[in-house]
Write a protein that binds this ligand. Structure first.
Ligand code: PEP
Ligand code: MG
Length: 590
């Protein structure tokens, strides 16, 4: 029987294939008496040394793919390998109880796992989790158990897991991972970021998928819509296979077009498409899809999964690298948006009851001028290497914007005083992602150079729907009439003040909304690189006059269902992608 589960689509694309069930909980651990304590201890030490080699290799690979900062997780794991308490307990119990070492180690792991369930503080949970990861690695070596690794996925399959640890995901077999489906996680989880960067379709937050599938079951993943279809009926399978083929063909055809001069509507109106990036490694895909710059660099990712905060110099290197690679195109560096669901373990912040409404983003930065100013200095110093602009997250009103600009001014004065070069004309923008900012957008627009609408948070805060809670994911609705009006009002305020207005939430990468956003007057769109070709095609088949008519019709709709119906009908009728592809030459399309 076909089962359809809805989760959170975090990396677009369709994946179809057998299930690769990634589950290391089902290892059978034997229990037997031993006589040779020294030999048993030797076995334990040998297993630890083999794990050490594996972790060093993982560290090297991750540093290569994601950068040094992200590889630090393995430095932490390497330290845990020498955990004195673990070694002492194993040795003492071996001498006393004379039982096989894998049983004793497993006993220790189970105790930690039990304790972990009771820990509320996410920082300590994270550390205990790291310990479990390391402990399990030693255990599978002792058991000569081929640890299910994602390094070699044969045959090509869709990976299903309750969750994926950083060490598992960092090492995934990119060519054979057809998709990823997990029970837990949100769009900003490590799995999600990696999947997007590696262009593997992924759906997270499916809650029960691990319990519903067996290895080898056929599974469809729709990473754009957030569906997982288990054991699909032949008709569903045929439908998705055809859709996948169409999507793949479109993608490769679109990527081969050499002369994308920009995304221009049929009547000559340009809507530049820029890329959202989290990590330096994504600059390559951003250039491959011919993005017109980076519209959102989520710089906080340089701070996550690290043992220490990156220094001003490290930040400067990362920002300058992006600026140089994209020059003369713009790189929009959004200052730290930590807090909420993004958490830097090195900062040791205490847990909050409502983190999404808590000490997050600019609120945090304004109270930690040491961290904020170091980042601003790094950004300003990097500004001479290309076309950098600064974007501030979670601005809620004018006082906040003024305080931010005051801090920026202090940093500028300091650099000027020290004769450090920076671009004096750097553009300063405000994210519009808090409902109060929409209401006072006219005031904000007079005091900054551009807006970027963050619909991910704007939807969360306006509809009161936590964006990372899978239980209420169905209530998270970009087609809500309130959201459409807020986007309209923000664009209007920007236009009245003569500044530009971009949109960088996930809505920007969904072709269903492209014509509406153009009709509402958006100046540019920023999205993950994988989404760019499809939105480009949509724009190339849109007419500005028709888009304005569509926007008026949508603004007249009163329900979510009506908004969706208007957009979906229009989308089907236009068949934008097909018409676009029929216009490019067969040679280009091959
Ligand atoms: C947003 O809120 O829409 C946004 C783009 O920022 P983030 O997803 O990083 O919060
Ligand atoms: Mg946001």
């Amino acid at each position: 029987m076909e089962i359809v589960l809805r989760g959170i689509g975090v990396s677009p694309g369709i994946g179809i294939g057998p299930v690769f069930l990634f589950d290391i909980d089902s290892i059978e651990v034997p229990h037997y008496p031993i006589t040779e304590v020294t030999a048993e201890l030797h076995r334990f030490h040998a297993a630890v040394e083999t794990v050490r080699k594996d972790l060093k290799r993982l560290h090297k690979q991750t540093a290569h793919v994601l950068g040094e900062g992200h590889a630090d997780i393995f430095t932490a794991h390497l330290m845990l390998l020498d955990d004195v308490a673990m070694h002492e307990e194993i040795e003492t119990r071996l001498n006393k109880e004379r039982l096989n070492v894998e049983f004793l180690l497993n006993d220790l792991i189970l105790r930690y796992a039990k304790v972990m369930k009771t820990i509320e503080d996410p920082r300590f949970r994270e550390r205990t989790n790291d310990f479990l990861d390391v402990g399990n690695r030693i255990l599978v070596k002792l058991l000569n158990f081929e640890r299910p690794s994602l390094e070699h996925i044969v045959p090509p399959s869709v990976v299903v897991a309750h969750d994926l640890s950083p060490s598992d995901t960092a090492n995934i077999d990119v060519h054979n991972a057809l998709g990823i489906a997990t029970d837990v996680g949100g769009p900003t989880s490590h799995t999600a970021i990696l999947a997007r960067a590696l262009e593997i379709p992924a759906v997270v937050g499916l809650r029960y998928i691990g319990a519903h599938v067996k290895s080898g079951d056929i599974l469809i993943i729709d990473g754009a819509k957030g569906y997982a279809i288990i054991r699909p009926e032949p008709a569903t399978l045929a439908e998705y296979a055809a859709e996948k083929e169409r999507t793949d063909q479109r993608r490769s055809a679109l990527l081969q077009i050499e002369d994308i001069r920009g995304s221009i509507t049929l009547d000559g109106h340009e809507v530049p498409l820029l890329a959202n990036i989290e990590l330096p490694v994504e600059i390559t895909s951003c250039l491959r899809v011919k993005a017109r710059g980076v519209g959102l660099y989520r710089t906080e990712y340089l701070f996550l999964n690290q043992n220490a905060l990156p220094t001003e110099e490290e930040q400067f290197q990362a920002y300058a690298q992006a600026a140089v690679a994209l020059k003369p195109l713009p790189v929009t560096l959004r200052t730290l948006d930590l807090g909420g669901d993004k958490f830097a373990s090195s900062l040791q912040l205490s847990p909050e009851l409502n983190p999404q409404l808590g000490w997050r983003a600019i609120r945090f930065c304004l109270e930690r001028p040491d961290i904020f100013k170091a980042q601003l200095r790094a950004i300003l110093r990097a500004s001479v290497h290309g076309n950098i602009q600064i974007l501030f997250p979670l601005v809620s009103g004018i006082e906040e914007l003024r305080r931010i600009k005051q801090v920026l001014e202090e940093v500028r004065e300091d650099l000027t005083y020290r004769n450090v070069p920076f671009r004096k004309d750097i553009r300063v923008g405000s994210m519009i992602e808090v409902p109060s900012a929409v209401v006072v957008a006219d005031m904000l627009a007079r005091e900054c150079d551009f807006f970027s609408i963050g619909t991910n948070d704007l939807i969360q805060y306006s509809l009161a729907v936590d964006r990372v809670n899978e239980k209420i994911a169905h209530l998270y609705e970009p087609a809500h009439p309130a959201i459409v009006r807020m986007v309209r009002d923000t664009i209007r305020a920007a236009k009245a003040a003569g500044i530009s207005c971009s949109l960088c939430g996930e809505m920007a990468g969904d072709p269903l909304f492209t014509e509406l956003l153009i009709g509402l007057g958006i100046d540019s769109l920023s999205m993950s690189s994988v989404a760019i070709p499809a939105v480009h095609a949509e724009i190339a088949n849109t007419n500005l006059t028709a888009a304005k008519r569509l926007a008026n019709r949508v603004l007249g709709a009163t329900t979510i269902a009506e908004v969706r119906q208007i957009l979906e009908e229009r989308f089907k009728k236009k068949g934008a992608m097909e018409r676009y592809l029929s216009r490019i030459s067969p040679q280009q399309a091959n």
